[in-house]
Every structure is written in structure tokens, then in C-alpha cells.
Design a protein around this ligand. Structure first.
Ligand code: NDP
Ligand code: CA
Length: 308
């Protein structure tokens, strides 16, 4: 059923203690909305058959199952029912929050609005509380959303606040400053809900590491660090790489931020090599999205585990 999926390796975090107890795995992925991928993006080097839903839907599932996350944060989900049904057989519980005016719904033959979703494995975590928000900028609702869960880690009894978002897309100084405002809004929302618990916020921030929102996330008093910068103190060279009719885009837009006083990153799934991505870039028969999944193994710090 298609060629092997893009080969990637799990990298140990050099400063970490990989034997820490009770690790859990988080996966972050913009899966590419079906309506946008087939009608808006115009990925000129991608074979048409790679984008057909019966093929692509199962390739998305294949990538998820191969990585086997305990918590899964997704963006551009416009086939939530398919994922919910498939993943529920495998022990996951999920929820979905659509964008208020998703560009998908204006496309003929669409499958509904796209939005963000979180799934978690019920044998690993139990749900304490879930909420979602339409992100506000200057007190006005945007077209972007965040979805958040407070989960209890069954093995350790520790609670965790996990959130996912998809910030406003496209280039330009004005949009970069809008994304920064969106970042400030989600930080406020998360702080209110997390109430001192460990936090993981994963998403497609649509901002490269030089944009203000990246620093806004890292400098907030929540004490966030970026999981993919754990080894080198730098973000990966790319998390998305595609060729549209107008331009090639190879950039880092996706992040997993976590509260560094509460947790350590033990391992992370390295981005694919340039050879593995190949000349046609992403998506393709070898990978179902233009964004790479990010996968990290976390453990609560021993100090936090022993704290009451
Ligand atoms: P965003 O600007 O955040 O982008 C929406 C989606 O478009 C994202 O999923 C993004 O993917 C993708 N995208 C980014 N760049 C491109 C590109 N060059 N080509 C194709 N897709 C791209 O949109 P909003 O959610 O704020 O919604 C507003 C947008 O929706 C407007 O830009 C408008 O074009 C469209 N819209 C159209 C309507 C219509 O056709 N009548 C009505 C309402 C809205 P990623 O995150 O991966 O970059
Ligand atoms: Ca997209």
C-alpha cells in the first residue's frame, strides 16, 4: 500500500537520562486538510494519486500508528470522523474544534471545516477537563483556534495541561505581529487553565524561529522550552518543505513547547534527511502531508514526581 513512509530516526537527548520512569510520547502534526491539499495548495510536484483521500487517509493513520503516540495534537483536520473512528479502535479518545470560518468550507465537495484535534490513549491518561477557544487579538475573535486538555497520567498520578493550535498563515510583518498577538492570547488562556500544572503546547505556529512569537513563547513566565532544540539549542532546519506553483517553501513552522522545570525531553524524532524527502519534496507517495510530524518522549522530572 504505497512505498515505505519517510524514514526518520529517534534521537536521544544528550543531556537527558533516558531511563527516567513513566515516559510518555507526544506527537504534533499538521496533517494537511484534504480540501486545501487538493484545491488550494497546488503542490505541483506531487502526484495526484498521493492526494486522493482513500490513499492519503490511510497513510496518515499509518504514520500515526508507526509513531504510536500517547497524546496526538493535530491541525488541518477536515476528516475528524474518520480519525476518531479509526483511533477509537486503538484505545484513543479524541476531540475536535473547528476554525470558525475555515477556508475548507468554500471548496466544492469539501468535508466540512478544518480545525485542531487532540487524541490521547485512555490506558495512559484520564481526562480531567477539556476546553477550547477562538483566539482573540485586540479583543476581536480571529479565525484561529486552540484546544486544550487537562489530563491525569495514570502511572504517575501527575496532571498535565496539553494544548494545540494553528496560528494565522502567510508571510509579512503585519501577519508576524498578528501571530505574536495570537501567541500572547494563547499563553494567557493556557496559564489560566493550567494553574501551575506542567504544560505542553504543540502546534503549527506558521512562524519561523526568527519571528517574534517564537521568542514570546520562550520568554513567558510559564518557563517554556522547545523540545526540538533540546540537543543543539536550535530549531530543526525545516518542518515543512513544499513546492507550490509560485514558490518553494522550506521552513520551520511547527513546535512542541514544554515547561522545562516540570519535564525532560528524552528523545525526539529527527526531521527527515534531504535525500529522504526527495526532489519532489512534500507531500508525495512517501509522505501524506507537507508538514513533518514531530514526536517527542517526555518524562516528569524526578523532583516533580516526588512533589505532593
Ligand atoms: P490562513 O491564512 O491561516 O490560512 C488557511 C490555510 O491556508 C492554512 O491551513 C494554511 O496552511 C494554508 N495556506 C497557507 N499558505 C498557503 C498558500 N500559499 N496556498 C494555499 N494554502 C495556503 O487562513 P484563515 O484561517 O485566517 O482564513 C482566511 C483565509 O481563508 C483567507 O486567506 C482566504 O483566502 C480564505 N477564505 C476564502 C474564502 C472564499 O474562498 N470565499 C472565504 C473565507 C476565507 P499552513 O498553515 O500549512 O501554511
Ligand atoms: Ca496547510
Amino acid at each position: 500500500f504505497g512505498p515505505p513512509l519517510l524514514k526518520r530516526v529517534m534521537m536521544p537527548v544528550t543531556s537527558g537520562d533516558a531511563s527516567q520512569p513513566h515516559p510518555f510520547r507526544v506527537m504534533q502534526w499538521n496533517i494537511l486538510a484534504q480540501a486545501l491539499g487538493t484545491h488550494r495548495d497546488n503542490f505541483i510536484l506531487c502526484p495526484r494519486e498521493a492526494l486522493e483521500w482513500p490513499f492519503r487517509g490511510f497513510r496518515i493513520l499509518e504514520e500515526i500508528l508507526q509513531r504510536s503516540p500517547d497524546i496526538l495534537c493535530l491541525q488541518e483536520v477536515d476528516h475528524y470522523k474518520f480519525l476518531e473512528k479509526s483511533l477509537s479502535y486503538l484505545g484513543y479518545k479524541g476531540s475536535f474544534f473547528p476554525k470558525p470560518d475555515s477556508p475548507c468550507i468554500y471548496i466544492e465537495g469539501n468535508n466540512g471545516p478544518d480545525g485542531c484535534a487532540i487524541f490521547f490513549r485512555e490506558d495512559k491518561f484520564s481526562l480531567i477537563e477539556g476546553s477550547s477557544r477562538i483566539i482573540e487579538v485586540w479583543k476581536v475573535q480571529t479565525n484561529q483556534v486552540i484546544i486544550l486538555k487537562i489530563l491525569k497520567h495514570r502511572e504517575s498520578g501527575k496532571e498535565l495541561c496539553i494544548a494545540t493550535t494553528h496560528l494565522k498563515a502567510k508571510q509579512g510583518a503585519l501577519l508576524a505581529s498578528l501571530r505574536n498577538e495570537e501567541g500572547l492570547d494563547i499563553l494567557q488562556f493556557i496559564k489560566n487553565k493550567a494553574n501551575g500544572r506542567p504544560v505542553i503546547i504543540a502546534g503549527d505556529f506558521n512562524a519561523d524561529p526568527r519571528e517574534p512569537v517564537h521568542n514570546t513563547m520562550l520568554s513567558d513566565r510559564l518557563g517554556l522550552a522547545s523540545a526540538y532544540a533540546a540537543n543543539t539549542a536550535e530549531e530543526p532546519r525545516y518542518t515543512t518543505w513544499k513546492v507550490r506553483a509560485d514558490a518553494e517553501s522550506k521552513t520551520t513552522l511547527d513546535y512542541v513547547f514544554y515547561t522545562k522545570d516540570h519535564m525532560d525531553v528524552l528523545r525526539y524524532l529527527d526531521v527527515a534527511t534531504e535525500d529522504a524527502v526527495g526532489e519532489n519534496r512534500l507531500p508525495g507517495l512517501h509522505y501524506p502531508s507537507d508538514h513533518l510530524s514531530l514526536v517527542c518522549d517526555f518524562a516528569f522530572k524526578p523532583m516533580w514526581l516526588s512533589a505532593k
